[in-house]
Design a protein around this ligand. Structure first.
Ligand code: CAA
Length: 384
């Protein structure tokens, strides 16, 4: 039988193996790590053995050489079990490995990709700053060339994986006053003096087992050869990186949506009120139908965007569309799943409250829903 999603046998095998892994290794600890706000490093090691930290990296650099569709399927399955772990994986692969693959020169790829792909080191993506959130071009971090080094100063916030990362990609202004064309991107080693880990975000609304920190650059010395891409191309490099990253966030939305659907179906069949399973009441049954339809549509949008990227087609708009839709689906699905669970859904005895808390980040991280609507509409309206 052919796959309803038009997947190859290889893609289906990968999805199934990640699903099995997530069911056995991630789902049982998901609520515990959320409660303890702890990134389970031992789990990341196991994920690395499955190549989950280097899925898209060519085998020559130590990765699995998989395509974007496979990556999206893997992110969905991991997130279905734990969105925090899905986010950790998405930031590492989609925002660190990916720009080095796309913009790195051969020596940079040889040096940085194998340890990242084998999961020996974790990566972090340093873009957001206190004054540069949605306005990513408002970067205030600076990099000044001194001899064969760049001296970097500034502050980045909300950096996923930042407390554990050994490799960072970052943006900094290299030509002040030149707007987005004055921004360059760099690869930095996080164990260098001047790469300072600041405050760790605690008691976040969701994604509590993922690591979110502030990073301070205090006269951080970055070797000249660590300029990533051409000088002045950093903003575009990071925008192109986010085009791929947003497909990963879309896949996370599908993962949370599917988890909410699974929980809603299970509870609707088990829970009895007025002498029968609540799923027999049309109000509940229709909620389940709506969640399922939403999740399926989101999955197809994600696959569409991933296929565009795999085909080398422009995918800025498909990526924003899938991210926008799937993140809002995750919110709707988890909200309905709580409603179906009633009072029980409001407690930590059931996972649906975690899905709801985690889903909110997807409407914010890697570009808010408002920014996705801006990206999509600007392309359509071409108003400049
Ligand atoms: N691909 C290639 N080039 C692109 C591009 C893309 N997707 N988007 C923009 N560019 C180019 C433009 O073509 C333009 O080039 P020219 O100057 O040659 O014409 C240049 O970049 C500037 O583009 P804009 O004029 O569109 O820039 P803007 O200042 O208006 O910003 C924006 C556009 C879409 C709002 C952008 O700033 C944006 O996406 N903001 C959201 C940022 C974001 O997603 N942040 C979350 C990061 S996640 C994180 O940091 C935390 C973590 O650890 C996960």
């Amino acid at each position: 039988m052919t796959s309803p999603y038009g997947l190859t046998e290889e893609q289906e095998m990968l999805r199934d193996s990640v699903r099995d892994f997530a069911d056995v290794e991630i789902a049982p600890i998901a609520s515990d790590i959320d409660r303890r706000e702890e990134l389970p490093l031992a789990l990341l090691k196991k994920m690395a053995e499955l190549n989950l930290l280097g899925l898209e990296v060519p085998e020559a650099y130590g990765g699995a050489g998989a395509d974007m569709v496979s990556y999206a399927l893997a992110i969905e399955e991991v997130t279905r079990a734990s969105a925090s772990i899905g986010l950790t994986m998405a930031a590492h692969n989609g925002l660190v490995v990916s720009p080095i693959l796309m913009f790195g020169n051969e020596p940079q790829k040889k040096k940085y990709l194998p340890p990242l792909a084998r999961g020996e080191v974790l990566g972090c993506f340093c873009l957001t700053e206190p004054q540069a959130g949605s306005d990513a071009g408002g970067t205030q971090t600076t990099a000044v060339k001194r001899g064969d080094k760049w001296i970097v100063n500034g502050r980045k916030i909300y950096i996923t994986n930042g407390g554990y990362a050994k490799t960072a990609v970052l943006t900094a202004v290299t030509t002040p006053g030149a707007g987005t064309k004055g921004i360059s991107s760099f690869i930095a080693d996080c164990d260098q003096p001047g790469f300072v880990i600041g405050t760790t975000e605690k008691k976040k609304l969701g994604m509590r087992a993922s690591n979110t920190v502030e990073i301070l650059f205090q006269d951080l010395e970055v070797p000249a050869e660590n300029l990533l891409g051409n000088e002045g191309d950093g903003f575009k490099n990071f925008m192109r990186t986010l085009d791929g990253g947003r497909i990963g966030i879309g896949a996370m939305g599908v993962g949370i949506g599917q988890a909410a659907l699974d929980a809603a179906v299970k509870y609707s069949r088990e829970r009895k009120q007025f002498g029968k399973p609540i799923g027999e009441f049309q109000a509940i049954a229709h909620m389940v139908a709506n969640i399922a339809t939403d999740v399926e549509a989101a999955r197809l949008l994600v696959l569409h965007a991933a296929r565009a990227k795999d085909a080398g087609l422009p995918h800025t708009v498909p990526a924003s569309m899938c991210k926008l839709f799937a993140s809002e689906v995750a919110m709707r699905a988890s909200n309905s799943a709580i409603q179906i669970h009633g009072g029980y859904g409001f407690t930590v005895d059931y996972p649906v409250e975690r899905y709801f808390r985690d889903a909110k980040l997807l409407e914010i991280g890697e570009g808010t829903s408002e920014i996705q609507r801006l990206v999509i509409s600007r392309e359509l309206l071409k108003l400049g």
